[in-house]
Design a binder for this molecule. Sequence first.
Ligand code: PRP
Length: 286
Amino acid sequence: MRNLRIGVPSKGRLSELASELLGQAGLSFRRQDRSLFARVREMPVDVTFLRTDDIPILCAEGAIDMGITGSDLIAESRVDVQERLQLGVGKCRLAICVPEDSAIHAPEQLAGKRIATTFPNCTERYLKDRQTDVHLVRLSGSVEIMVALGVADAIVDLVETGSTLAANRLRIMDEIGQYQTVLVQNPNLRDAGMLALADRVVRRLEGVVIARDYSLLEYNVLRDKLADAEQITPGFDSPTVNALEDPNWCAVRVMVRRKDVIEAMERLETLGASAILETKINNCRL
Ligand code: PRP
């Protein structure tokens, strides 16, 4: 049986994120110099280093069996790939942006205007749905300066923190979509061995992705407050509850979203819970 081929971004921020995630999931590899291939140590998997925006089409065409790329690039490429897992990183929005002082507040007001973008397909779909005709300026980068250059009246670009927009005195007029880094699979992958291997890769990455998002919270609480405590920390499935020597008390272990941990701890404390501990999770199988 041949090795499973996974396409990974060859450069840029996504390249580091992908290597880090794969390594944590027990799929580690070392890229030598600018080599295009690397072999994973722990599993029969080969990593191919590709341009992030080529990964959707190369996965759809079967050059790679799986790939890590942005769901924005999948939407733009309009190819048929199966999304297997959202990786919880690289979150961004594709937005239609106009100058801060622009009188344009609705998509219909864009009729006849010039819009610069590296996402012509997503932009066309958005405008078609609103029956608005514009002049599209198709570019491959630096879209944010096109209004200042006098090339466009509006732009469609990715927004992550919003600092690029602020620096160019632009504001969001409307949002076209929300995207993040995803793991995709060739929908024509049929070989049972390959499919099983692909499932193992998904499960491994899933363990890391969930672990990054959750903490393990442990606390002791009076049994008659348990129902209230479970309302605060319902858990991923349900909390694990153990008896304590004092029959009036019990010990709870539960997964809590990291962003909610502090507030949950405060509310549990108010409820009378004690010995409230947060533990970072590196990996998990649920
Ligand atoms: C993207 C995008 C914006 C910027 C938005 O560019 O095109 O320019 O990020 O991020 P912000 O809201 O945090 O400022 P990226 O840095 O990915 O490089 P690119 O120009 O090659 O697309």
